[in-house]
Design a protein around this ligand. Sequence first.
Ligand SMILES: [Fe+2]
Ligand SMILES: [Fe+2]
Length: 378
Amino acid sequence: MNVAIFGGSFNPVHKEHINIAVSAINSLSLDKLIIMPSHSTPQKDGRLSASGNDRLEMCRKAFSGIACAEVSDYELKRGGISYSYLTCREFAKKYPDDKRYFIVGADMLANFDKWKYPEEVLKNVNLAACARENTESFDSARGKFNSHFSNPVAEVAYVGKKVSSTRIRALAALGEDVSSFTGEIIARYITDRGLYFMPEVAGVKKLLKPERWAHTVRVAVTAAEHCAEAGVSEKSAIIAAALHDCAKNLTADNELLKDFTPPDGVPESVMHQYSGAYVAEKHFGVSDKDILNAVRYHTSGRKNMFALEKLIYLSDMLEEGRTYDGVEYLREEFSRGLDYGMYAALDRQVKYLEATGRKIYPLTKEALNYYKEYKNDK
Ligand SMILES: [Fe+2]
Ligand SMILES: [Fe+2]
């Protein structure tokens, strides 16, 4: 019998997981596919997470239409960090005479030598890898793998659109519809159970015009998708993103701004960062200084910003709805690191302000000089 394990955090499970499962069944002529949600995955802490039971239940629902798929609670029951070498050891004991596969993404294959006890994994299973859109290609991943190991790797013939669980969590956090990524049943489960939802920012939507809210959602998705490399928690990134423009559509006489005193000499275009931080603190009850500062400096920037401030500044400027000239270059710089992104974004911002004859706010000028020196020092 051919049997494979398809592991992952499934936080949450989505359509791409189903596509990979179907493709693996066909490519590997599987008699059994074991879907195994992890208890906790190394390097994935700090993310919004559904409970193990909810992830398990969502997998059961999502894979219920695939006859040879079964969902296992083995790693969830074992607890602790879900190291694959332990799972594969048990897998070999349970299916000693069968052809055993372990399904990984191509990017996981490329970094397989960094796994804990990779030889032990390979002693017990054959790896089966699948490349997805915008990830490591199968051939390049196998090349990296082969520089360390000689075991054969099977290819799962699916190169599909990459769906990110992070995007789904960010959308669900803000109460947005995720059904196009998960299907109706899982989307309903997420909504009914309030999974990933952040009640602390639920009131932002009604303060904003629809297009401003749509932008806010895109900023939250961008921030969430970059928060791991920025070293900030997903929850802080989404809260700060949700709030960053919360005062953008408020007029000065709005009740929420009753006792707000603006700093001197702030241009109109910058004002909403200060009024936004005020509303975030007074109306939404945010006390986290990093989140408040991320809102407070998201338009001007400033020198020596904290990681969350830079993440929100850049996500605001580079969210996927932005199409201005040069945005792709800025995104590339952002992908090199926050400080490269900051310098490139501030440089563009100041040149744009100069070209349109607008005043450059002193904090922005200071920030540009700071990140220019920072870049030169590297
Ligand atoms: Fe803004
Ligand atoms: Fe914005």
